[in-house]
Write a protein that binds this ligand. Structure first.
Ligand SMILES: [Zn+2]
Length: 234
């Protein structure tokens, strides 16, 4: 399947009418976001929302034993801060750049005002929030029921779809963190995918060499999540 590569553009902003986009753009500034840049901290109200224009953000829960568990990703289809925008609850998760990139950042105070005043923006934000919740539902089932190999295949495809590159700067340790699995299990799963000729892993990178094969190896969750992703700004 031919996929669009969206580097440099935020799809949520692009989906808005030109006049709305231009007004919002005046409240934003472009920023570079190196890997591991923190975009919001656990239980703290963020100062800025980041509309991602390249790269990928992970939203992660840290458990009492220090283990991290990824609960969602934000790419060029969305922005960080939508959880805090929807209501008053403190968010018990933090967000950081998993793959370095760029964003248009906007003060949360301005975004709150625009969210209330601008119907088109509000509809786009709610559509994105619904998308994130639906993907989250699928991932709850996925993390309980599917093998590390299936989940690793699904996760690599999800990341590739959002950043548009085949050679992903991801270490085995980081993958284990993101999948909430032991490093040894992730190492075994990576070995299996490599033996099948679907990926190559070396020096902190994972290259997808056979995307069609990787799709066959991924669990049933991938096509469901992919359909949500494809549909979001159609
Ligand atoms: Zn699954």
């Amino acid at each position: 399947m031919q996929r669009r590569v969206h580097s440099g553009v935020n799809l949520l902003l692009e989906s808005l009418p030109e006049a709305n986009k231009q007004r919002l753009r005046k409240l934003m500034e472009p920023v570079g976001l190196p890997r591991r840049t923190e975009l919001f901290k656990t239980a703290e109200a963020p100062r800025y929302a980041y509309f991602i224009t390249s790269g990928l953000t992970s939203v992660v829960l840290t458990l009492a034993d220090g283990a991290d568990m990824e609960i969602s990703v934000n790419g060029v289809e969305g922005f960080t801060g939508w959880l805090q925008l929807l209501g008053p609850q403190a968010v018990q998760a933090h967000a950081f750049m998993q793959i370095e990139g760029t964003a248009l950042r906007m003060p949360m105070l301005d975004l709150r005002r625009e969210f209330e005043a601008d119907t088109e923006l509000r509809n786009a934000v709610l559509q994105y929030a619904q998308h994130q919740v639906l993907v989250g539902h699928q991932l709850i089932a996925c993390n309980r029921k599917h093998s590390v190999e299936q989940r690793l295949a699904r996760w690599l495809l999800m990341v590739k779809d959002r950043v548009g590159i085949d050679n992903l700067p991801l270490t085995q340790e980081f993958l284990a963190e993101m999948l909430g699995s032991r490093r040894t299990s992730v190492g075994t799963a990576m070995g299996q995918l490599q033996e099948r000729g679907l990926i190559e892993g070396h020096r902190g990178h994972v290259r997808i060499v056979n995307e069609a094969g990787l799709r066959k190896q991924a669990c049933e969750c991938y096509p469901i999540i992919d359909a949500y992703y494809q549909r979001i700004y159609r």
